[in-house]
Design a protein around this ligand. Structure first.
Ligand code: XMP
Length: 509
């Protein structure tokens, strides 16, 4: 394989992997490394482009991440994004300020001053971009020009120096909320860095085959199988090469949705993988019965999940556990780079007595979906909405997830799903979240007082779950949902949540 052309230095941003994903969509392979590893990598590799990601720190914090300074004199074009740009400006003699009034967050309009420059070639000169920053540029370093400013408070939004081969953006071109963000990255890589397309989805399948064959040899493996697009597609990829050496294990935790088991069976058949369903509802009930705190709940779930899979591996004689964890799972669980911990995903960071493999850990949702389609897998797999491993346990908020509450939320989820499917909306949202809020409120049912739980309904739209947009249901659909759900004797209110991520996350816990 050709040398990797693009180095992304991860400076602690949630978005470093999204940059990698976007480059993949543009057909460029990239290495994403924290500053500490970037230095040694650069000693043996010569990329054509370096991208410095954003980050949550301020350059004035003593432990803020610092890219190796050598990159500034290597002659390789650099694009600094948000924090990455601020680091560059500061070190080259510019000034970064911390004025409160210059803070910007969310969608902002910017105006390009030098729309003819290579970075913004062929783009309109007024754009809506997505930004999230506290610090901002006060003075640019010598040799740089201001390429764009934000329209509301005149914050410097883009700078560049053709002579020094360095460019900087205060906003995030890698997120889908930035108009023409991909075009800016494409311009940087093709017009400025002269990179060639070198990422072909089909090659991923053969790379996975090679990795799994080499690692497993004559041993046996189990794969954690949820029936979702990630584990189903990975199973379909590896089942032909592992044959009888592979067993898919689904754990019925007691917190699955109403028709989940049937769907799991259908998808295992479509993926052509042998399936065992392990019924363990009472163990999970017992382990979680007194836990309210979101992170404690997730940790208790993870522990039991590992124990059960290890037992199943032992019964099958497997020495390997294969999992369909994606890049997003790693980022959000802080398994990669320097992103700060948001929530512990059930299949990341576990300590196994088995050899562990995550063959699709570098991929994003849209990529695994593309692979599934390419392999001709059915809609039951390609169009299946994600569902978190800890299931309905993390959709009971503020109180322990007892059996009666699980039953309520399971029923509510089934009712909403049916209504959305009837209105042909289910396929338009990336994920439906139906959660029970663990406080009781007063209502009227019939002629009497009711004291019951609210159900929260949340639809989100996204490509990769790193950022999501809240979905707004029509008043007609909202009203139908409210009427249908409140017929349940233990529900008397319905709340709709259309908050974006950030600041919210997709799930409530
Ligand atoms: P958040 O809430 O982090 O969710 O925005 C992003 C996506 O990840 C799913 N999710 C999980 N998936 N194990 C999983 O397999 C987990 O522990 C887990 N937690 C969240 C979530 O449903 C959404 O699709």
């Amino acid at each position: 394989m050709e040398q990797i052309q693009v180095l992304v230095i991860d400076l602690g941003s949630q978005y470093a992997k999204v940059i990698g994903r976007t480059l993949g969509e543009l057909n460029y392979r990239s290495a994403i490394l924290p500053p500490t590893k970037a230095k040694s990598w650069l000693e043996i590799n010569k990329p054509k482009a370096i991208i410095l990601s954003g980050g949550s720190a301020s350059i004035y914090e003593s432990h803020s991440p610092k890219p190796p300074e050598e990159i500034l004199s290597m002659g390789i074009p650099i694009l600094g994004i948000c924090y990455g740009m601020q680091w560059m400006v500061n070190i080259l003699g510019g000034v970064i300020g911390v004025e409160r009034e210059k803070k910007e967050y969310g969608k902002i309009e910017i105006i390009y001053y030098e729309s003819h420059c290579d970075l913004f070639a062929d783009l309109d000169d007024k754009k809506v971009i997505w930004t999230s920053h506290g610090d901002s540029i006060i003075t640019i370093p010598d040799g740089f020009s201001i390429l764009a400013k934000s329209n509301n408070n005149q914050t410097i939004a883009a700078i560049g120096s053709t002579e020094r081969k360095m460019w900087g953006l205060q906003f995030h071109p890698e997120v889908t909320h930035t108009d023409d963000g991909k075009d800016i990255l494409q311009n940087f890589l093709s017009k400025i860095c002269n990179c060639k397309h070198d990422w072909v989805p089909n090659n991923i399948i053969s790379d996975i085959h090679q990795e799994v064959t080499e690692a497993i040899g004559e041993e046996k493996a189990i794969i954690g199988f949820s029936g979702g697009v990630d584990s189903s597609t990975l199973s379909a990829i590896i089942a032909p090469i592992l044959g009888k050496k592979l067993l898919a294990i689904s754990i019925n935790t007691g917190a699955l949705r109403k028709y989940e088991i049937e769907e799991i069976k259908i998808n295992a058949k479509a993926a052509n993988v042998r399936l065992k369903i392990v019924n363990t509802s009472s163990c999970f009930q017992e382990a979680l019965k007194n836990i309210t705190d979101a992170e404690k709940k997730r940790k208790a779930f993870k522990k039991l999940y590992v124990t059960i899979l290890e037992e199943e591996a032992k019964k099958f004689g497997a020495t390997f556990i294969i999992q369909g964890s994606l890049a997003t799972d790693y980022i959000e669980s802080s398994g990669v780079g320097e992103a700060s911990l948001i929530k512990s995903h059930h299949n990341i960071g576990n300590k196994w007595k088995l050899n562990e493999m995550h063959p699709i850990r570098e991929l994003f949702k849209y990529e695994i979906m593309a692979l599934a389609r390419e392999m001709g897998l059915p809609n039951s797999i390609t169009e299946r909405q994600p569902f978190p491993g800890p299931g309905l346990f993390i959709r009971i908020i503020g109180v322990p997830a007892t059996l009666d509450k699980l039953a309520i939320v399971k029923e509510a989820d089934a009712i909403v799903t049916e209504i959305l499917k009837k209105h042909n909306i289910y396929k338009d949202i990336s994920q439906l979240i139906v959660a029970l809020i663990g406080i009781k409120t007063v209502g009227i049912k019939g002629d009497g007082r009711s004291y019951a739980y609210p159900i929260l309904i949340r639809g989100v739209q996204t490509r990769d779950f790193m950022t999501v947009s809240g979905y707004y249901f029509s008043p007609e659909v909202q009203s139908e949902i409210e009427k249908a759900i409140t017929t349940h004797p233990k529900i008397n209110r319905v709340w709709f949540d259309s908050t974006d991520k950030p600041p919210a996350t997709t799930e409530l816990e």
